[in-house]
Write a protein that binds this ligand. Structure first.
Ligand SMILES: Nc1nc2c(c(=O)[nH]1)N[C@H]1C(S)=C(S)[C@@H](COP(=O)(O)O)O[C@H]1N2
Ligand SMILES: [Mo]
Length: 366
């Protein structure tokens, strides 16, 4: 047999084995055979708030549930695309095993082994398939992303929690109607700030806990969640503990960011606009003006600020400056009042005349 013919024969038999493997033999690749086919050991998640007791669910138990396989893509905050072919049970299927459904809860919070966590709001919970994926493209999900990853097709990648370790099922908390609004553009510069290291850079920041100690009820332990919004429309619900342990970074131009040493980057809130803590709300007028496309120096009607901060239902307000000067204004007299943000400070003005400089707070009178 010459060399050429020998090669052809070898190719033919290889092909025969391949064909045979495909049609009759054991499935290659992801099944019993292929590389990396071993299921990860000791993979499990903790479920809290689903029953009276915490529940541990192992990978084996997840694999016994009916699974789905869905291709999904989502943009990261940096514009890159995360793309997966997720395989695993739906959260619905897992919850049904314990006699519960997603509609029993207003918030579902996912935690990961690297300290990342995110609360999924009811709009997202209701409409979307939430997959507890154990495989991506037919392969077990590696350590960096798994062994379990949440995948929510059609939703932003921040909900796609890698290294899933725990799920908390929560009820009842949403942002309260504020009684008091603190103007961060005035409050923060007057606070003791710190230099903290973030990603190797030293930045100026105020401890969230100090901000709350100064303006909110720090001892109110009924408050479990803190609500944040950014000027780009992002809204976040953080546990009180997590909020308190972190910082509000103050950029050179007054831009705010919720951040902290050791806080996973995906949990930072850039362009922080509002914070709701119990019945105290905080607003960055810089960020608020940005979100509306209002240039510095332009008047913003006081009534629209109050409406946007969900404070339109009160009859009277007290406006107070950082120097203690104050004025009471009835809702019916609000038409001539406006807030002026000049790029650094905020004033209260009546028909363009400044009444209070460095406005610190607006309190609803009852
Ligand atoms: N465990 C964990 N999961 C996480 C994050 C994280 O920091 N830790 N970041 C989230 C954010 S903000 C994004 S945009 C996506 C990024 O997906 P990728 O890590 O596959 O690139 O993961 C999400 N899941
Ligand atoms: Mo992100």
């Amino acid at each position: 047999m010459n060399k050429k013919i020998k090669t052809v024969v070898m190719l033919c038999s290889a092909l025969a084995i391949l064909l045979c493997g495909c049609s009759a033999g054991p499935a290659g690749g992801q099944g019993a055979g292929g590389a990396g086919a071993e299921a990860p050991e000791n993979a499990q998640i903790l479920l809290r708030g689903l029953g009276d007791q915490d529940i541990t669910v192992t990978l084996e138990e997840l694999m016994e549930l009916e699974s789905v396989t869905e291709k999904a893509e989502a943009p990261r905050s940096n514009g890159q695309i995360v793309s997966v072919k997720a395989e695993g049970p739906l959260l619905d299927t897992l919850m049904a095993k314990y006699g519960k459904s997603k509609s029993d809860y207003s918030t579902i919070r996912f935690y990961a082994a690297d300290g990342y966590s995110i609360a999924m709001p009811s709009e997202v919970i209701e409409k979307d398939d939430i997959i507890i994926a154990y495989k991506d493209d037919g392969k077990w999900i590696g350590q960096e992303d798994g062994p379990l990853r949440v995948v929510v097709p059609g939703e932003r990648a921040m909900y796609w929690v890698r290294m899933l370790s725990q799920i908390d099922f929560e009820n009842g908390e949403s942002a309260q109607t504020p009684e008091k609004l603190i103007i961060l553009d005035t409050a923060l510069p007057a606070m003791k700030t710190k230099k903290i290291e973030i990603n190797g850079a030293s930045v100026t920041a105020a401890a969230a806990e100090q901000l709350i100690a100064a303006y909110g009820d720090i001892n109110d332990n009924t408050i479990r969640n803190v609500f944040m919004k950014a000027s780009d429309g992002l809204s976040k619900n953080e546990t009180r503990d997590n909020f308190m342990a972190n910082y509000i970074r103050i950029g050179e131009d007054g831009t705010l960011e919720f951040t902290g040493q050791g806080l996973p980057e995906g949990m930072t809130v850039q362009g922080l606009m509002t914070v709701n803590y119990g019945d105290t709300a905080f607003v960055s007028m810089k960020q608020y003006a940005d979100s509306l496309g209002i240039a510095p120096g332009q008047e913003i009607p006081a009534s629209s600020v109050l409406r946007d901060m969900d404070m339109a239902n009160y009859e009277e307000f007290e406006f107070e400056g950082i120097d203690g000067s104050s004025i009471e204004i009835r809702a019916s007299e609000m038409a001539n009042m406006s807030l002026l943000y000049d790029g650094s400070s905020v004033c209260l003005a009546e028909e363009g005349m400044i009444i209070i400089r460095n406005l610190l707070e607006i309190e609803a009178e009852s």
